[in-house]
Design a protein around this ligand. Structure first.
Ligand code: PLP
Length: 404
């Protein structure tokens, strides 16, 4: 069982006030808060071992390199990658996806097809559009239904021998839908297509097992899983990472450079040009340790309770509609109140100390599907409570009265 008071005490920001009210932080889908142990680890790095990695023979450089590689190993274990060199440090999900689309620019030909789901974040749409523009490949969209679930029968029909790569998020940031990624991975492979899973919204809630999933790529960000901003991971199967060309050229990614020809370093360094966010990478390892110390079973249990409670309480409000009612859902609730713009509700409840996201959540095609400008999105983490949900529900009712 989760000792919620003890957990909350790990997060210093949760005890601050906003606009004179205790902070209620329900914008975890945008970024999570950071526990003290993560905040301290950043400071400790700069106090004690700051140096550039993989370069110097001196002691600090060695300490920093070791810490960075230990963090890579922690993440390898966490996602159950077969090799540490399949774990590429990135600046986030967006970087990871662009690394892959850039690589596929040398693989795709006109007539090839890329399948993207209707539930994607802009960062898993736009790079694929750019790729298709560059190569003459065609982008096809896997449709969704009114509940915010992808329609698997349509996915099956879209797949063909022309399909070269499929991309889909594990969990939707806008609606909270958990997608049937295992089914999609196996199906894509039947047609010889590669598949990338955008795990940005999944890693705060679950421990992905990339070998069990058998996905070719899995991208995520550190900052949504209690880690620092500017950090992330791209997992790729060794064979794919060897096949793709480097994303960026520079220091650290080479074996030998002459003006005639440069040979590239082995994995993972081939994809890690330049000086990375060393502290960030190391501390992402700390964040993963922290989440595992809480335990993903505990995290899921707490978040599911919050989701059920908030759904029930919000639906007591007249004229409130929830978007995204998939059977498999995480602790994200997107909603609107009849006749009221989501931005106005967000602004009023911010005055009451409540942080929610309003707008299109970087997923305009989903908003277009529902024919709405945006939603109010409350996304819960394991450190949130039912009492906080009560505060939000009362605040939303107040906003409704004021705006009616
Ligand atoms: C947040 C998010 C991204 C983008 O992550 P960055 O950290 O901004 O690179 C991509 N996909 C999904 C589903 C997200 O939630």
């Amino acid at each position: 069982m989760l000792d919620i008071n003890k957990v909350r005490a790990d997060f210093p920001i949760l005890s601050r006030t906003v606009n004179g009210k205790p902070l209620v932080y329900f914008d975890n889908g945008a970024t999570s808060q950071k526990p003290q142990i993560v905040i301290d680890a950043i400071s400790k790095y700069y106090h004690e071992i700051n140096a550039n990695i993989h370069r110097g023979v001196h002691t600090l450089s060695q300490l920093a390199t070791d810490a960075y590689e230990i963090a890579r190993g922690k993440i390898q274990n966490h996602i159950n990658a077969k090799f540490a060199h399949e774990v590429i440090f990135t600046s986030g999900t967006t970087h990871g996806i662009n690394l892959v689309t850039n690589g596929f620019a040398s693989i795709l030909k006109p007539g090839d097809e890329v399948l993207v789901s209707a539930l994607e974040h802009h960062s898993n749409i736009v790079p694929w559009q750019m790729l298709c523009e560059k190569t003459g490949a065609t982008l096809k969209v896997i449709p969704m239904n009114e509940n915010g679930e992808l329609v698997m029968a349509e996915f099956d029909k879209l797949l063909s021998n022309k399909t070269k790569i499929v991309t889909v998020n594990h969990i939707s940031n806008a609606l909270g839908t958990v997608n049937p990624v295992k089914y999609m991975i196996d199906k894509a492979h039947e047609f010889g297509a590669a598949i990338l899973i955008d795990g940005a919204q999944a890693v705060p809630h679950l421990k992905p097992d990339v070998q069990a999933l058998d996905c070719d790529f899995y991208a995520f960000s550190g900052h949504k899983m209690c880690g620092p901003t500017g950090t992330g991971i791209l997992y790729g199967k060794e064979a794919w990472l060897n096949k793709l060309p480097p994303y960026q050229g520079g220091g650290e990614m080479i074996k030998e450079v002459t003006f005639e020809k440069t040979t590239y370093a082995d994995l993972p360094h081939k994809f890690e040009a330049g000086t990375p966010d060393i502290a960030g990478g190391i501390v992402l390892g700390t964040a993963v340790d922290y989440l595992n110390s809480i335990g993903f079973e505990n995290i899921q249990k707490q978040e599911l309770e919050l989701l059920e409670y908030a759904t029930k309480r919000l639906l007591e409000i007249e004229g409130l509609r929830i978007y995204g009612t998939a059977k498999e859902k995480t602790s994200v609730i997107s909603f609107n109140i009849e006749g009221i713009h989501p931005y106005d509700v967000g602004t009023i409840i911010d005055k009451l100390g409540i942080a929610v996201r309003t707008g299109h959540h970087c997923a305009q095609p989903i908003m277009n599907f529902f024919n709405i400008p945006g939603t109010i999105r409350a996304s819960f983490s394991f450190y949130n409570t039912k009492e906080e949900i009560d505060v939000m529900v009362e605040a939303v009712k107040k906003a409704q009265l004021m705006l009616a």
